[in-house]
Design a binder for this molecule. Structure first.
Ligand code: HDD
Length: 716
């Protein structure tokens, strides 16, 4: 145990070194990059005080040159990202399945750096775009860095990496006018989808609320591919990786997402930052689905096909450990921007499979870092540096940091006694899993990859009515933005393969007919498109529904870190503010007091109450629930603020819980109040009356009151 403690503190120490954080302390002088102290940072050197600037001004030249070079190419995909440090700890030894050191010992904390991202938008794009979210974790293990580079969706659009550039070209802004930013609702994306039936499963996920998460802290993560665990005896087990957030998995509504994008494009980044800053550390459990090698061919899909998941109904997820993110980066560029993930960064005990999407990725990630980070030494950038010692004969290259001593940089050598040595397997040397391969070289897809619809259907059927409605709305919005009717029709044809009901409802919203199958395959399809190659061989799905695919099937209750707005004005009753605040904060929620402007106000009792934010500078969409404390004077004042009334109307439209001590005042100024069935307020998420904190907490725990959507009459 003592030894373990020592090891943990050594790891932390190594991480600190890795950070190479430099505080600019108070007592330090401003210097040039060469360490020369600067005496005047306000004026450039000139010939006379009104004269021309002089080229000899090395201080000016150095400063401007550095500035001119401060940007590096943004990531070609996943450019917009937010990250945090933390640690991972396994619950029990996984020795039976893997020899990976960081999965053996429950007392050991392995440092991690985790980056979340959107895929399509540029670096400065909005967080709330409808998009897949990247979920990358770098584990700094004692045996080297292990990167789990996944998404918040367990499947992928395409089966073979050779289609990746096409997929990304189709979804990125269109090349002639660079429109639209961070959005898939445009012609080229849906044109591509309409010709790629294999994308249908992931498209269903991308049109669900998973693609507009409430928070990065409330998303699941998936390794997507089937990987392989290998134990000491060399025995392999197929594995699918899952991250399960302890705060539950939640989305926002599409209307909200669009409004948040305007009000706070940094919504997710800010939310992650603030939660960690407040000490409310986000946590995920790492889950694994383990499949013995002998079961490889027992499923009605191929484990190597990244457009398929292994239903949790068939193979349960075993939770094996927990990740806690507990420290914000010190410098966005140095850490979040320069971190280089790679699915090929693996450690002994974890190995690849022949998934053709994964195999292609193994090439792409190094290649892209060479360009983005400027050369082959990107592993020396502090955030990418392993804590395991690095010894090899690789030398030189742009921006080399290490000063390798000695005469030899080759192997075998005798001049340095043969050092560095190869490690035997028992000494931790990596050995690839000896998979037997005996095949012809072909450019083909396996027959077992050809069912593109069964799991898309399973996904749709597994959703609640509310989730299905959101999917229908999302398709109707996205396809409604497509200007080419042939593309709309082809997609409807594919949707018809997933669910006739889905296709018909989307078609009705678009005012377009669902084509019959024959038309669908031939209508406007390019001459070199080979339908036979993609002809779906619809096998019998072995399951009708898998509840794990739905975000809403699980009860929820934890209100920790939820943001609650208190609508206040002069004359508010202090007790009704403080009691509710205390009750909510006891459950870990974050209370924000909103008021007419951001100064202090006087309560009915004459006390002063600090306002956190003015109505003018915020919006209802950035809060989870709303409370109006008592006080007739305050209610009168709030009733005269149109934004306060709008706040509540919009909150109601977005199905969020609303609590008010009294109905006379602000509540009866709203659009929705007069139409409400006053007998069933609680079922509608409206909590009315004094001392109702426990009812309000329960309501917040339900996240949303979706039944309200059926009415759809709120003009907010
Ligand atoms: Fe990728 C980045 C996830 C397929 C090529 N990818 C990138 C990131 C994530 C993923 C989360 C951002 C990493 C970060 O935060 O820095 N990518 C996936 C998943 C895939 C996938 C889950 C399928 C299962 N990717 C994929 C393919 C290719 C790429 C098939 C190319 C053949 N991905 C890249 C890239 C990126 C990248 C171009 C851009 C920036 C980077 O690598 O570092 O190489």
């Amino acid at each position: 145990m003592k030894n373990e403690k020592k090891k943990n503190s050594e790891v932390n120490k190594k991480l600190q070194d890795l950070d190479r954080n430099r505080e600019d302390a108070q007592d330090q002088y401003l210097t040039t990059n060469q360490g020369v102290r600067i005496n005047d940072n306000q004026n450039s050197l000139k010939a006379g005080d009104r004269g021309a600037s002089l080229l000899e001004d090395f201080i000016l030249r150095e400063k401007i040159t550095h500035f001119d070079h401060e940007r590096i190419p943004e990531r070609i995909v996943h450019a917009r990202g937010s990250a945090a440090h933390g640690y991972f700890q396994v619950y029990e030894s996984m020795e039976k399945f893997t020899k990976a050191g960081f999965l053996q010992d429950p007392t050991r904390k392995t440092p991690v750096f985790t980056r979340f991202s959107t895929v399509a938008g540029f670096k400065g794009s909005t967080d709330l775009a409808r998009d897949v979210r990247g979920f990358s974790v770098k584990f700094y293990t004692d045996e080297g860095n292990y990167d789990l580079v996944g998404n918040n969706i367990p499947v992928f659009f395409i089966q073979d990496a050779i289609k990746f550039p096409d997929l990304i070209h189709a979804v990125k802004p269109e090349p002639h006018n660079e429109i639209p930013q961070a959005a898939s609702a445009h012609d080229t994306f849906w044109d591509f989808v309409s010709l790629m039936p294999e994308s249908m499963h992931m498209i269903m996920w991308a049109m669900s609320d998973r693609a507009i998460p409430r928070s990065l802290r409330m998303m699941e993560g998936f390794g997507v591919h089937t990987f392989r665990l290998v134990n000491k005896e060399g025995q392999g087990t197929f594995v699918k990786f899952h991250w399960k957030p302890l705060l539950g998995t939640h989305g926002v509504t599409w209307d909200e997402a669009q409004k948040i994008s305007g009000n706070d494009p940094d919504f997710h980044r800010r939310d992650l930052w603030n939660a960690i800053d407040n000490g409310q550390f986000p946590e995920w459990e790492l889950g694994v689905q383990l499949i013995p090698e002998e079961d490889e061919h027992k499923f009605d899909f191929d484990l190597l096909d990244a457009t398929k998941l292994v239903p949790e109904e068939l193979v349960p997820v075993k939770k094996i450990g927990k990740m806690v993110l507990n420290r914000n980066p010190n410098n966005f560029f140095a850490e979040t921007e320069q971190v280089a993930f790679h699915p090929g960064h693996i450690v002994p005990g974890i190995d690849f499979t022949n998934d053709p999407l994964l195999q292609g990725r193994l090439f792409s990630y190094t290649d892209t870092q060479l360009k983005r980070l400027g050369g082959p030494n990107f592993h020396e950038i502090p955030i990418n540096r392993p804590i395991a010692p690095v010894h090899n004969n690789q030398r030189d290259g742009h921006m080399r940091q290490e000063i390798n001593k000695g005469q030899t940089s080759y192997q075998p050598n005798s001049l340095r006694g043969g050092c560095p040595f190869q490690a035997k397997i028992e000494e931790g040397g990596f050995d690839s899993y000896p998979e037997k391969i005996d095949a012809k070289k072909v450019r083909e897809r396996s027959e077992s990859f050809k069912d593109h619809f069964s799991q898309a259907t399973l996904f749709f059927k597994s959703q609640t009515d509310v989730e299905q409605r959101h999917i229908i709305d999302a398709f109707s919005f996205e396809l409604g933005k497509v200007g080419v009717s042939e593309v709309q029709e082809r997609v409807l044809g594919l949707l018809n393969e997933v669910s006739g009901d889905l296709a018909n409802k989307v078609a009705a919203n678009l005012g377009v007919n669902v084509p019959r199958r024959k038309e669908q395959l031939n209508h406007g399809v390019p001459a070199d498109f080979d339908p036979k190659r993609y002809e779906p061989s619809k096998s019998n799905p072995s399951l009708e529904k898998d509840p794990a695919l739905s975000m809403m099937h699980k009860g929820f209750g934890n209100i920790a870190t939820r943001k609650i707005a208190f609508l206040c004005a002069e004359g508010v009753e202090d007790a009704s503010v403080q009691e509710m605040k205390k009750a909510l904060e006891n459950k870990g929620a974050m209370v924000k007091i909103l008021g007419p402007n951001s100064t202090e106000i006087k309560t009915a009792e004459g006390k002063s109450l600090k306002i956190d934010e003015a109505f003018r500078t915020t919006a209802s969409v950035v809060f989870d629930a709303f409370y109006i404390p008592s006080g007739n004077k305050a209610h009168k004042a709030l009733s005269n603020i149109p934004k306060a009334i709008h706040f509540l109307n919009e909150a109601y439209k977005h199905c969020k819980p609303i609590a008010s001590v009294q109905d006379k005042g602000l509540l009866d100024q709203t659009y929705f109040w007069k139409n409400l069935d006053k007998k069933n307020l609680i079922e509608d998420g409206i909590i009315l009356g004094k001392d109702k904190s426990s009812e309000f907490i329960k309501a917040i725990g339900k996240h949303r009151f979706w039944k309200r959507e059926e009415k759809d009459y709120i003009p907010a």
